[in-house]
Design a protein around this ligand. Structure first.
Ligand code: SAM
Length: 175
């Protein structure tokens, strides 16, 4: 009984003490269809010289495609160790693991400063909360691509729909 009661009490106490605007729900695991992955890489104009970060990488397919098809380097970050294990195995199967780095981390705690392209497929609320970090950490000229979720007042440079999936592109401006 105590085993059940204690976690419930901790969750309840957390809900009482964390202000609503600071509560965060992590994005669920849903993969981007491969045809949409290709469209995202094209929209960001990913090249061999790019370093592509997927913040919440799932099975790693976007960064793996960028490495396999375009020769780009990349970093796969996910809060779930199972996803990172899967992404690593998939990269090895695709013979691109040497171009990639894998990190178990919360996107808000990750070091993303050397990205030239950032890919997001998270949640609307997470995108909005990520904006200060993206502006602070990323170099001017870094492209940010989001699948499905916008950035509020950030007007996208380009927006398109691929098989029902909405994609957005922004470029980090000079300070
Ligand atoms: C919708 S899936 C997208 C997977 C992949 N990027 C794709 O487009 O196919 C979201 C992923 O983000 C991860 N995730 C959710 N919240 C996260 C957080 N705060 N930090 C890091 N990863 C997170 C989940 O574990 C999940 O794998």
């Amino acid at each position: 009984m105590l085993r059940l009661a204690l976690p419930l009490f901790v969750a309840f106490a957390f809900a009482q003490t964390v202000p609503p605007e600071q509560m965060r729900i992590n994005a669920p695991y849903v993969t981007t269809p491969n045809i949409v992955v290709d469209a995202m890489l094209k929209l960001a104009n990913v090249k061999r010289s790019d370093v592509v970060y997927d913040l919440g990488c799932g099975d790693g397919r976007i960064v793996i495609a960028a490495a396999k098809k375009l020769g780009a380097h990349g970093v796969d970050i996910d809060i779930n160790p199972e996803r990172i294990a899967e992404a690593r195995t998939n990269a090895q199967s695709a013979n691109v693991a040497h171009l990639l780095r894998f990190e178990i981390n919360d996107v808000f705690d990750s070091d993303i400063h050397d990205a030239t392209v950032v890919v997001l497929y998270l949640l609307q609320d997470l995108n909005l909360r990520l904006r200060p970090k993206l502006l602070h950490d990323l170099k001017p000229g870094t492209r940010v691509i989001s699948h499905a979720f916008h950035m509020g007042s950030w007007k996208p440079e380009r927006e398109m729909i691929v098989e029902g999936n909405r994609l957005y592109l922004w470029t980090i401006p000079a300070p």
